[in-house]
Design a protein around this ligand. Sequence first.
Ligand code: SF4
Ligand code: SF4
Length: 433
Amino acid sequence: MSLADPKSLVEYTATLDCIHCGLCLRTCPTFQLTGNEASSPRGRVYLMRGVAEGHIAGDDPSYRDELDFCLGCRHCESVCPAGVRYGEMLEFARDRAERATHRPWPEALGRFVGFQVVLPNRAFLRWSMNALGFAQRSGFLKRVAALAGARKQALLSLPLVPPKAEREPLPLVTPARGELRGEVTVLEGCVMPELFGRVNRATVDVLAAIGFATRTCGGHACCGALHAHNGELGRAKELAKDTIVAFDGVIGSDGEPLAVIVNSAGCGAHMKAYGHLLADDAAWRERAEAFSRRVFDFAEFVAQRAPPDWRPRVDPSTFGRITYDDPCHLCHGQQIRKEPRALLDRVAGLERVELPHSEQCCGSAGIYSMLRPEDSRAVFEPKLAALDEVRADTLVTANPGCHMQWDSGLDRAGRDVRVVHLAEVLAEASRSS
Ligand code: SF4
Ligand code: SF4
């Protein structure tokens, strides 16, 4: 047998890890929707192997569609007894398929502008959000959406751009409150400062409350996670290097680079994997691994480093009955499950209930909800039913994509449930204490 592309040898070997047990099938949202083997993790691994072996063309439309249909939620990894690294394989397969596929020029232009121009650039991100905010307020977006065919609902469900006052970047330095216990830096992110500036502010507030001064990284915008997840591995590698250089330049008072706190599960999972992403680059491999060891999810860091007697308190009426929904890239991507729950349970005055099937994907999956709105909504439906079951007043998440998906899904369904980031709950509680 000869491989279609010798460079795919490592990934081809990875496909051989699958022992065809089928344990992943029942957890996979796309298999649940269709019942088709090709839309399951096992089926997609089989297709990837077919491409590596040259039995299936790299631009075969049905192969391409199955790659696109996958949410990249990595639930299959959590249950796989053979340790199949599905997320890495999907990134590689999408990148190869992207290179093999000829897209119509409007689509290619849209991808170029989004991935190469806007996302990596703080100024372009700001202008884009200004334009989107204007289009939303003036009604222009509704007129554009009416002409957008299948993309109409995706355009209309874009989150409302907050007023400029809420979109200010974090200060370069935020001091600790009380005794100084350490210094950290935070990833502000690409869309976070524009759409969820309040979450970034809550993040540094909580860090200050537990004794950590925060320094930010100035104009840095993008860690490259969306690129890696969407077939742009070359650009993802460049952005990983930019990110490492930017954060290695934020030095603490002891002369060492600081721990990097990330409040977006998708970005955190990706940054913790820079060592793997740059493994074949001898000049960067060790530096990337060292960087990844300094990356902490917000919940992970606060749960580990908050003083044992830190017990913030809220008035029970502030959030009502709350429930926590696991972002896929936190539970499946970073194996962080108990820390967010433990932190919520530390807050006096909160009543927390478990959300059934909270490790199931909500259908957001980065830009999936915009690219495949109908599939995204179908994946969301069981999540809404689970939320209805527990009758929560507030849903807590830890990822901006999930936050938007819940906001728009609840709005569509007419449910009066508030969606907040974990950092917002803890910040409110630490302010009220
Ligand atoms: S990543 Fe999610 S959607 Fe994709 S194959 Fe695995 S379980 Fe299914
Ligand atoms: S659980 Fe793992 S080994 Fe079993 S079929 Fe799925 S991918 Fe293959």
